[in-house]
Design a protein around this ligand. Structure first.
Ligand code: 3PY
Ligand code: MG
Length: 263
């Protein structure tokens, strides 16, 4: 089976630079896939993407060596299994709040006897290889998002789940859960402390610590803090930032206009 190069990078102590896709287009996916990201995540939660549009996006990523990941809309087995069958080599699952959430999530990503994944890796075999079944449990990665108060309260038990490769912090939802404003880079001490705590505990359990960031500079700071997987905003944000900068350069003014870093 095609190897998941993210595991090798992590073992070598190198951070994973993860792209993030919200635009339902195989062309913009292909452009992102060619930029040198270690992995690229197709976001079916807040991105404008559904199962039908995700398939050509995975096919576009397959023209590159970047590892295809997906964020599912929810911890729902049929969605998780369909995305794995489409060729996702890892799943980022939102709102993991309890130990049962984490166990069910991991189970959806693993074949029996380790889990409950149903067999039918239609496109996954074309991407991963004819021997996909024998290597899938080894290569497919699982990231549970910690972004609720309950997730924070149950962190130790969640991190103890075997087969969970890592956690991925949703800083916007986490800030909201802690009574703060939704922001990718919050300076609220409560949020700052919670993010540092999650990172430290994940690493203490030997799990990957990942986080969504507002851009490249913020992501570089997170790597210095110890995070092993960072996302420098989504492609819509990168596009709007570049477009605003171009217009501002022509007009000779500071960039204006609405944008977000993604969620
Ligand atoms: C959040 O910030 O809540 C996210 O889910 C980012 O992906
Ligand atoms: Mg979130």
């Amino acid at each position: 089976m095609r190897e998941n190069t993210l595991r090798k990078k992590l073992a070598a102590g190198q951070p994973i630079i993860n792209g993030w896709l919200a635009i339902p287009s195989s062309y913009s996916t292909e452009v992102m896939g060619h930029q040198g990201f270690d992995s690229v995540t197709v976001d079916l939660q807040h991105g404008m993407i559904n199962l039908d549009t995700a398939l050509p996006m995975f096919q576009a990523l397959s023209t590159t060596s970047t590892i295809p990941l997906a964020r599912v809309p929810w911890n729902e087995p049929s969605q998780i299994m369909k995305l794995l069958d489409s060729g996702a080599y890892g799943i980022i699952c939102p709102m993991i709040s309890t130990v049962d959430d984490a166990a069910n999530f991991v189970s959806s990503c693993r074949y029996p006897p380790r889990g409950q994944r149903s067999f039918g890796p239609a496109r996954a075999m074309l991407y991963g290889g004819a021997d996909y079944y024998s290597g899938a449990d080894r290569e497919i990665m699982t990231f549970g998002m910690i972004e609720t108060q309950a997730g924070l309260d149950n962190l130790e038990k969640i991190l103890a789940i075997e087969g969970l490769d890592g956690i991925y912090i949703g800083p916007n939802d986490l800030a909201l859960a802690l009574g703060s404003q939704p922001k990718s880079e919050s300076d609220d001490p409560v949020v700052v402390q919670a993010i540092a705590h999650i990172c430290e505990r994940a690493k203490a359990h030997g799990k990957v610590a990942g986080i969504f960031c507002s851009g490249g500079e913020a992501a570089a700071r997170r790597v210095k803090e110890g995070f092993q997987m960072v996302t420098p905003g989504n492609e819509a944000a990168l596009l709007s930032t570049a477009a605003k900068a171009a217009i501002a350069a022509i007009r000779g003014v500071a960039p204006t206009g609405s944008s977000s870093n993604g969620y």
